[in-house]
Write a protein of this length. Structure first.
Ligand code: IMP
Ligand code: MG
Length: 195
């Protein structure tokens, strides 16, 4: 017989084993939810009467995308694009390639590109150029996290969830080697994990 529901501990009292790999929690699940709700409210006002299409950049954006969509009170469509970036060396500029193209017609639409984290901006730049080819009415960018590292920015970001320093973070969709995406919070990964 399968385990009955009464045998399963409620999710909010359960701690993920992966939490021990964080050196610091930057934003709790509740803080993220509050900020995403505020972003959704703001975007709903800004795009009132427009043809909003949200384009999420896989895979890190999936939790943010799903939560933000539910905070938007105006008609909205969404699609996802796949982009992968890799560096030939630690300090080399990342090479970005598109791994999944768009399915919906963007002609005349007001596109909001959604990303989990803005680091060098290379991924966004490539996605932006691709979206532009579809002749949308407008293109803006929203990033849940924005790394405030002093350097030249290749892309303007209009909507930002949280600003963070030069740290490597995981959780709420963000990964290290495909792990930690399921954490409710966002935290700094203990450097011992990747050193
Ligand atoms: P960018 O192209 O340098 O802006 O990098 C953006 C992508 O790199 C993001 O979509 C993430 O997948 C990944 N990335 C950058 N910084 C972090 C981090 O601190 N934690 C996890 N992934 C990151
Ligand atoms: Mg990643």
């Amino acid at each position: 017989m399968a385990l009955g529901a009464t045998h399963i501990e409620p999710a909010d009292t359960m701690e993920s084993q992966d939490l021990k790999d964080l050196s610091e929690v930057l934003f709790t699940g509740d803080q993220i939810a509050a900020r995403v709700a505020a972003l959704g409210e703001y975007i709903s006002q800004e795009y009132q009467g427009k043809n909003l299409v949200i384009i999420g950049v896989l895979k890190g954006v999936v939790l943010f995308l799903a939560d933000l969509m539910r905070e938007i009170r105006i008609p909205v469509q969404f699609d996802v694009v796949g982009a992968s970036s890799y560096r030939s060396g630690k300090d080399a500029a990342p090479q970005v390639s598109i791994t999944k193209d768009l399915d919906i017609d963007l002609h005349g639409k007001d596109v909001l590109i959604l990303e989990d984290i803005y680091d060098t901006g290379r991924t966004l730049q490539v996605v932006y150029e691709m979206v532009k080819l579809y002749n949308p009415a407008s293109i803006e960018v929203c990033a849940l996290l924005y790394k405030t590292i002093p350097r030249e920015r290749v892309m303007p970001v209009k909507y930002v969830g949280f600003e963070i320093g030069n740290v490597f973070v995981v959780g709420y969709g963000l990964d290290y080697k495909e792990r930690y995406r399921n954490l409710r919070c966002i935290g700094v990964l203990n450097p011992e994990i990747y050193e």
